[in-house]
Design a protein around this ligand. Sequence first.
Ligand SMILES: Nc1ncnc2c1ncn2[C@@H]1O[C@H](COP(=O)(O)OP(=O)(O)OP(=O)(O)O)[C@@H](O)[C@H]1O
Length: 346
Amino acid sequence: MCWRYDSRSIAPQLGTPAGDIYEGSTFTFDNIFPPMVTTDQIYKQVLSEIVQSTVEGYNGCIFAYGQTSSGKTFTMSGARSSPGVIPLATQEVFSHVKSYPDREFFFRLSYIEIYNEVVIDLLDPTKTGLQIRSSDGSSVVKILGVTEKVVTSAAEVMTTISMGETHRSVGSTDMNEKSSRSHTIFRLVIESKLKEVHSASGPEYRVSSLNLVDLAGSESASKSGGVGQRRTEGSYINKSLLTLATVIQRLITASGHIPYRDSKLTRILEPALGGNSRTAIICTITPAAQHFPESMNTLKFAARAKRMKNKPILNDVNVSGSLSAEDLPLLKKYRDEIENLRGEKE
Ligand SMILES: Nc1ncnc2c1ncn2[C@@H]1O[C@H](COP(=O)(O)OP(=O)(O)OP(=O)(O)O)[C@@H](O)[C@H]1O
């Protein structure tokens, strides 16, 4: 073990070669979880609050960043023995709506991957090269033509995602037998309206999105043994992660142009990076000494990301015309009902 840590800080272990070189580099975070902590425990302690607030009308984003094979997919999707963030969050959304019996909810699910800078619809992989459009100071990012499946239960979400998983770009590298070769984004759009309108009951319509992102692993070509296709994938992965790091660096130093548009990943995640979303970043590292340099890089990324400030806002639908009734089926349905009633009265 070449690291020493407690619940908030981590540093190279003194008395090891790395520890002696990097003496004095201590990183402090909101939480540090040792290997034996389960994703369920992390979820309850840190992530549940963000997921609940998406039901209440705030945008939320949780993403996993780290070296290849350090446990991002294990954390986000989970394994049979240990449910990941996606199933845990899905369960919570559908149970938390019960706390709002005065509201009607409507859910749409999309699941995409960004592979070699091409956006692919995992719910319909014949749709590739999807375009991204941002509006309203990029608080709203749309993926044009993406499949949005209307879902009514947690079980339906998980069945749909399992189907989408079969289309993911996964390949074998020296570091991970089943390495994610793409960034994947699970997006649940949550629309709600008051069943009966009372002026004191708060905003009538709300729309928010929950984005759960499993990034491809940062990797060194020599360790992952990539040649040919694997090497090309690796270079796209590293380039988009570098753009992510640059965006974060510019946000925290408030310096220069912020290059959101330099990668599909940062364009889609723009609201989560310095925007209106509540965002949690889970950085995964391995304690193994041979991966010390990669772990150090991940910790430096995490330390910068921790300094990023977002401005979450409640997305009631009087927001600035950036969302039309066509974007919001529940709102459209409600407007149609009003139009019909007016028609009947006339
Ligand atoms: N905390 C953990 N407990 C048990 N097994 C784990 C844990 N974290 C990761 N693993 C296992 O380690 C292997 C690699 O993990 P995983 O695929 O999640 O890495 P990754 O960071 O997503 O890698 P890549 O970027 O290459 O896709 C998997 O077999 C996974 O089940």
